[in-house]
Design a protein around this ligand. Structure first.
Ligand SMILES: [Zn+2]
Length: 235
């Protein structure tokens, strides 16, 4: 009888392969071996295989997710799947226009999984916290992008969750009363806007798989990165 591995087992195997790959690039600090590891990662067949594993491991991004999204307070249009280059794969995606009454500028492409989590996070956290702190709900969210076919900065050759449209870089908010809140201008200090941003950044660690704030590193000085990749990180 043919052995047919379960989806759960395949996900675990994928996770182990990904972990070993990232570990090999992280641990090998000697220039020669590290360059070889990076070259292997950049080779076409390895990079295609790795990105397929990563895409497969996006949790529950499937037809059932689209059914679930239809029941949420969201305005969106369907986005057909596409690929770019050897590595970037977008599947089960939508263009999200509005989440729980909050417009999302430019209706960006997002995986269904990321769109669903963003809608739920807006309803359960962003809107109530804004209402509580400012007495006004959020009218619009601005962002620096969702889909972008590129590698992770620290791991060349491994696709960023942006390459799957499974991430968003949040730049700021406009409230219904006209108040503007920007990560670039308002993160530092102890103003009400700064407290608001820090509160939602902390909450983002619960709402998303990966949440990165300006406190993490210089690359994130002007945005909050949220994604629904296969691993957890809060920084
Ligand atoms: Zn990002």
């Amino acid at each position: 009888m043919l052995f047919k591995p379960s989806t759960k087992l395949l996900r675990w195997l994928g996770f182990i392969v990904l972990l070993l790959t990232v570990a090999s690039v992280s641990v090998i600090q000697f220039d020669g071996p590290r360059q070889i590891a990076v070259a292997v990662l950049r080779s076409q067949s390895v990079s295609i295989a790795l990105s397929r594993i990563q895409q497969f491991m996006i949790p529950a991004n499937n037809a059932a997710c689209l059914d679930e999204l239809a029941k949420l307070d969201a305005v969106y249009t369907a986005q057909s799947g596409f690929t770019e280059g050897n590595q970037c794969i977008v599947e089960h995606a939508v263009r999200l226009t509005s989440a729980s009454g909050m417009a999302i500028k430019n209706s960006p492409v997002l995986t269904c999984r990321m769109a669903s989590e963003l809608v739920k996070f807006t309803e359960n956290t962003l809107q109530p916290v804004a209402d509580q702190m400012f007495g006004s709900r959020i009218k619009a969210m601005s962002h620096l992008g969702t889909y972008n076919c590129r590698s992770m900065r620290q791991y060349p050759g491994i696709v960023s969750q942006h390459g799957f449209a499974n991430a968003i870089d949040v730049a700021g908010f406009t409230l219904e009363d006209g108040t503007e809140i920007n990560v670039a201008d308002d993160w530092k200090g102890s103003s009400v806007k700064a407290v608001f941003l820090k509160e939602i950044a902390d909450a983002g660690c619960e709402g998303f798989r990966v949440a990165v704030s300006p406190d993490s590193d210089a690359n994130h000085w002007n945005h909050l990165h949220w994604d629904m990749g296969p691993y957890w990180s809060c920084r």
